[in-house]
Design a binder for this molecule. Structure first.
Ligand SMILES: [Zn+2]
Length: 117
């Protein structure tokens, strides 16, 4: 099982990621999505603006999905089921949780789900 300290650390991490995600959604709403700084120099301003408009929609959808994922993980902490795979109920490895604390499935289930697609 995960210790209370570990759960607390994961909760802080998730809350921080959620706050960042909220900020990203807000900036997408106002149309001030950050452009990839490394590519801006090579693009003309017009290209950059067109690219930004196309990106905004996709980015917003992705961040909202991520937001729901983070919130669900926080809910699992609240419910005392954090770290358990939502599919098979097994405790996930610390390595997996550290890499992605919002991950709802263990590695085995994740692979099976991706194969089913
Ligand atoms: Zn599983």
């Amino acid at each position: 099982m995960l210790s209370a300290d570990e759960i607390t650390a994961f909760r802080q991490l998730l809350q921080q990621q959620l706050a960042e995600t909220c900020a990203a959604v807000q900036s997408a709403d106002t149309g001030t999505v950050m452009l990839d700084q490394t590519s801006v120099g090579r693009l003309s301003r017009m290209d950059a603006m067109q690219q930004q408009q196309a990106m905004t929609k996709g980015l917003k959808e992705r961040t909202q999905r991520n937001q729901r994922r983070l919130q669900a993980a926080l809910d699992r902490i609240q419910a005392g089921t954090f770290g358990l795979c939502c599919r098979c109920g097994e405790l996930m490895t610390r390595e997996r949780l550290s890499a992605d604390p919002a991950s709802p499935f263990c590695t085995g289930c994740q692979n099976e789900i991706e194969e089913e697609k």
